[in-house]
Design a protein around this ligand. Structure first.
Ligand code: ADP
Ligand code: MG
Length: 327
């Protein structure tokens, strides 16, 4: 468990309070963060003479090795259809793209179009047009040809829209990053109201986006669940991890949302801003009053009783100022 988690789930160390007050850009991951990250298979399209059951058999054989939410949804669907599992001995997870597995000279690829084209498998427009529009599309290839298309749908979290609205009201820019396709990403972005969206990114592209923003002098908070976004969480000025995300999310994050409640993002920043302002007011206030007191004392204008009164009265004001934060 990460340090933030051990501290009861808000902030790892005081240093982040100052950093949090400066945040002017929030970069947020789609899958598992703005959405629940629990996709469901809504359609299996079989091509090239394969049956629907065979497409799922192949896909589940590869996905058994992955802990990606898409993989879990596909394995679950195969279980529901009582498809007898075949176990593939060798496999390779390609982060942000999918999985490749091999068994008895059979090679199965399950993933996005990029995984296919990168491995020399042709993906025609005709094939892509058969996926359900606005869903996450996973292609299944066998024998160097696409044999099936699995469409999956995930639900946007109930609080996502309000959470985005709250941070935008604070003058913070919101940017959604995702490895998913353009159409579904645009739909989620419009739904929750983020200012900008970048789709089809690999984990490394997410880091690059954040580095570009930081290089432009922006103060960036990244919110993610740790699946393919842990390096980006680590690279942002402040990483905010979903508590129910992966262990890496909790490990890499500076702030952890233990209840996964995105509305807490605005709260955390607001509380930091208020807390920091109170610290500064009290700091400069004390210096100011004590400074004046010292000058007056040097000029012989301050007797001990008046000095004690000014000192305790001002202290009382600063205590009350801090106490306002408890509300
Ligand atoms: P996000 O950035 O939205 O959290 P990921 O980076 O986890 O998404 O994945 C990006 C895309 O890569 C997915 O939308 C999917 O098309 C593909 N992909 C990743 N892992 C898998 C997998 N295990 N099986 C199938 N497709 C996958
Ligand atoms: Mg994610």
């Amino acid at each position: 468990m990460g340090k933030a988690a051990k501290k009861g789930g808000i902030v790892k160390g005081g240093a982040y309070i100052e950093e949090l007050t400066r945040i002017d850009t929030i970069v947020i991951d789609k899958t598992g963060t703005l959405t629940l990250g629990k996709p469901e298979v809504i359609k299996v399209e079989n091509l090239d003479g394969h049956s629907e059951g065979h497409v799922l058999t192949l896909a589940a054989a590869a996905e058994k090795h992955s802990n990606h939410p898409i993989a879990q949804a596909i394995v679950l669907k195969a279980d529901e259809m009582q498809i007898a599992p075949i176990i593939h001995s060798t496999y390779k997870v390609v982060p942000g793209m999918g999985i490749i597995s091999e068994h008895d000279g059979q090679r199965i690829l399950v993933g996005n179009p990029r995984l296919m084209t990168d491995n020399g498998i042709e993906v025609s427009e005709n094939i892509l047009s058969q996926s359900v529009r606005g869903t996450t599309t996973v292609l299944v290839a066998h024998d160097h040809r696409i044999c099936g298309i699995i469409s999956l749908a995930d639900k946007v979290r109930e609080e996502s829209k309000k959470a985005i609205m709250d941070v935008k009201r604070m003058g913070i820019r919101t940017i959604m990053l995702t490895g998913d396709n353009e159409v579904v990403s645009k739909m989620v972005a419009d739904d929750v109201g983020v200012d900008e969206v970048y789709a089809q990114l690999l984990p490394q592209d997410k880091v690059t986006r954040i580095e570009e923003l930081v290089a432009k002098g922006r103060h960036v908070a990244m919110v993610g669940d740790g699946i393919n976004d842990a390096p980006a969480l680590a690279r942002a000025n402040v990483g905010i991890g979903m508590g129910a995300g992966t262990d890496v999310a909790i490990e890499e994050a500076d702030v952890v949302l233990m209840t996964n409640d995105l509305e807490k993002i605005a709260n955390v920043i607001r509380m930091s801003r208020q807390g920091y302002r109170a610290i500064m007011e009290n700091f400069y206030g004390t210096i100011g009053i004590d400074g004046i007191g010292v000058i007056l004392a040097f000029m012989g204008l301050l007797n001990p009783l008046l000095a004690a009164t000014i000192h305790t009265a001002s202290e009382l004001i600063f205590i009350v100022n801090s106490a306002r934060l408890m509300r």
